[in-house]
Design a protein around this ligand. Structure first.
Ligand code: CU
Length: 138
């Protein structure tokens, strides 16, 4: 009976010793838990439905009374060059009139460099159905 009691006491002492080992420092001095890095690394990458942003020099054809491609995603600093391939005269006009071309005859080009992120909608001043959108990303 006495041996059994000693064993119980010893076990409790050992458990206490082990318990104190796992909490050696006061809560206030515990090192900060890096919650950001691991969670970001483990978080699933959100589905990117946007097209890859083009950079450098990008060409847009004006052909068949349409801009081709009509929608573009580019990086800041990208220069877009429109070329009129139609015999009809076209132009390129920002919807807010902040930028645009002169009238473009067949073979004429117009270039514009987008230095600020944002969404730019434009049109042909002669043909209301000719529309384009350029999304500029950082
Ligand atoms: Cu036009």
């Amino acid at each position: 009976m006495k041996t059994k009691l000693s064993l119980v006491v010893l076990t409790v002492l050992l458990l206490t010793a082990c318990g104190s080992k796992t909490a050696p420092t006061p809560a206030g001095t515990l090192p900060p838990i890096a919650t950001n890095a691991p969670s970001t690394a483990l978080a699933p990458v959100p589905a990117d439905t946007s097209p890859a942003a083009l950079s450098g020099n990008v060409d847009v054809a004006i052909a068949g009374f349409a801009f081709d491609p009509a929608t573009l995603t580019i990086k800041v600093g990208t220069t877009v060059t429109w070329t009129n391939q139609d015999t009809a005269v076209h132009n390129v006009k920002a919807d807010d009139n902040s930028w645009g071309s002169n009238d473009l005859n067949k073979g004429d080009t117009f270039s514009f460099t987008f230095n600020q992120a944002g969404t730019y909608t434009y049109r042909c001043g002669f043909h209301a159905n000719m529309k384009g959108t350029i999304t500029v990303v950082p």
